[in-house]
Design a protein around this ligand. Structure first.
Ligand code: 9MR
Length: 563
């Protein structure tokens, strides 16, 4: 049985042998959360080599705890055997390592109340670094400062988006917003879930948002930085509505992806491309949520909230007239598609937000038509967001039971986790699998904030999601740039590639392991096991890109677990 050892003297022999072993890719052998653990939390690391006993050692090489390594269990998704190292009883804040059998040493980790504070700040700052149309100055960007690119004040109407009032080739202005990902384009569908997720975090965790100082140009203006950063994207989103008919362009993009050059060096013509129902509904939902949330943040935001009300009403009305306009890339456009042929979830989300903001029964009736079982959120799976908003408003649409809907999903996640040898609720490694992990955390945390008797278990499970993200995974990486001892160094992100700086722009969550495109770097050298199929290579757009909709739920999870 594991037992704490109080104030043991330094074990010189142990420390000496640790040094001997430390360099031999310990990350492959002991997988620990390289960011940290909160003092009262459950604490576990994984050992992928044989081992019998372990010690937790502080910075002075004092052994503070000793225990037995658990029996090996097979982790099918990783094709490997893992042994749990449980050290929950170590609660004293400090910096530690785990040493197995006196000869294997883990990366250092902290135990601290604010174990995730730096990661949270970095994850929000990453969005700032991805701002289009403005320079990142040195005062706020440090060594990642760069000149402005993509002013987007002269954007052409693509032929797929032409209308009588705005014929093909006419010019509109649509500046600002975040670059979507490692590419420089801006997509409404993906922006919507990202923006909503961050606004919901500010709404559910106001104290955390208030205390979070991010160091962006707007800092100190009386509005929480998280909201300031989010508004940079929201304001752009509003410009994607055609004021003539309320329709919403699906994306703002070059015809094909730009090269790996800096924003200021990009001069390709930018277009807004085809209006679509998913874009209209997603913008309506996001704007409706903003309309009722922003005035609660600050009176200064009332005018913006009013604009959001108008945009939401008109976008939703356009969708009512055009209920099934599916977006597909036009022949001459090859950038990200974010295509979706199943819009029940978008209807449910939009109708719910509209009802919660405007109170008109017609929206509740529409939501009723799209009631269903929706899973963990993703850019093309937004039904769950309707239930999140019902919970956040502490009210329900007639005949909806949001708590039951979210509980059903959360319970199934907890069931998967309880059977997992690595305490992980992720069952499927899709493109952006790391975002599935943090969206699972978000689902658990939203429920935790409205369901007191399940809160502890849900938060413990969400903490396991973060432990996975920060190193307790099959490849031993902390998946967030700049965080931990072994973060990704070669993300698929144009500025990180072209800026001549060794370290990538910090705070970005890499997409994570999957087997969807095994050959994006040529002949695959990646594992055939999904949980291990990750490559820290710039060419690996399917495992090592970054994206705003992946950082947003990371921010949410870090905020939800901050207290
Ligand atoms: O995140 C998207 C993923 O779910 C899709 O499977 C993939 C292929 O369509 O596209 C991903 O989104 C990319 C987008 O299309 C363009 N910008 C980069 C995004 C992240 O890779």
């Amino acid at each position: 049985m594991n037992k704490p050892i109080l104030s043991l003297a330094a074990v010189a022999l142990l420390a000496a042998s640790c040094q001997h072993v430390a360099h031999d890719t310990p990350e492959k052998l002991i997988q620990v959360d390289q960011c940290g653990y909160r003092p009262a939390a459950e604490k576990m690391a994984l050992l992928t080599a044989p081992g019998k006993s372990f010690a937790v050692v502080d910075e002075q090489s004092n052994v503070v705890y000793e225990g037995k390594v658990a029996d090996a269990q097979y982790w099918p998704e990783a094709g490997d055997s893992v042994r749990q190292i449980v050290f929950t009883d170590v609660r004293t804040p400090g910096k530690y390592k785990i040493v197995v059998d006196g000869s294997l040493e883990s990366y250092p980790f902290t135990i601290a109340d604010d174990a995730y504070a730096d990661a949270l700040r970095a994850a929000v700052r990453a969005l700032y670094y991805n701002r289009a149309s403005m320079a990142i100055d040195e005062a706020h960007g440090g060594k990642w400062a760069r000149p402005a690119g993509h002013p987007d004040t002269c954007v052409l109407i693509h032929k797929s988006a032409a209308s009588e009032a705005r014929p093909e080739g006419s010019v509109i202005s649509s500046p600002g917003g975040w670059y979507d990902a490692g590419d420089y384009n801006k997509y409404i569908v993906n922006s919507s879930i990202s923006t909503y997720t961050l606004m919901l975090a500010a709404r559910l965790y106001p104290e955390v948002a208030q205390a979070l100082s991010v160091g962006i140009p707007e800092s100190g203006n009386g509005i929480p930085d998280l909201v300031n950063e989010t508004l940079y994207n929201l304001r752009w989103m509003l410009t994607m509505q055609d004021p003539n008919d309320g329709g919403v362009y699906h994306k703002l993009t070059t015809l094909s992806f730009e090269g790996f050059i800096m924003p200021a060096d990009c001069h390709g013509t930018r277009y807004v491309v085809a209006k679509g129902t998913a874009a209209a509904l997603d913008l309506a939902a996001t704007a409706a949520f903003a309309a009722r949330s922003l005035p609660k943040v600050s009176e200064k935001l009332v005018p913006l909230a009013d604009s959001c009300r108008n945009v939401a009403l008109r976008a939703y009305a356009w969708a009512e007239k055009n209920p099934n306009v599916e977006f597909k890339n036009p022949e001459d456009v090859s950038t990200g598609e974010y295509g979706d042929s199943k819009l029940d979830d978008e209807w449910l989300w939009a109708a719910t937000e509209m009802y919660l903001t405007f109170g008109d029964d017609k929206y509740a009736d529409e939501a009723q038509k799209h009631k269903g079982d929706y899973g963990v959120p993703a850019w093309g799976e937004v039904g769950m967001l309707a239930y999140f908003s019902m919970l956040a408003e502490d009210c329900c649409l007639p005949s909806f039971d949001a708590a039951a809907a979210v509980s059903a999903v959360a319970d199934s996640l907890l069931a998967v986790e309880s059977q997992s040898p690595v305490s992980l609720s992720l069952a499927f490694y899709d493109w952006g699998s790391n975002s599935s992990v943090v969206n699972e955390a978000m689902t658990k945390l939203v429920l935790a904030s409205s369901c007191a008797d399940k809160a502890a278990a849900l938060k413990a499970s969400a903490a396991n999601d973060l432990h996975y993200i920060f190193g307790r995974n099959a490849v031993g990486y902390s998946f967030v740039t700049g965080v931990g001892s072994r973060p990704p160094m070669n993300i698929h992100h144009r500025p990180s590639s072209a800026d001549g700086i060794v370290e990538p722009v910090p705070g970005f969550l890499a997409g994570g392991p999957n087997t969807v495109v095994p050959d994006d770097c040529g002949i695959s050298t990646r594992s055939q096991y999904p949980a291990a199929a990750y490559g820290d290579q710039e060419c690996s757009y399917s495992t090592n890109e970054i994206a705003i909709n992946w950082n947003a739920p990371l921010v949410f999870a870090l905020m939800g677990l901050a207290k």
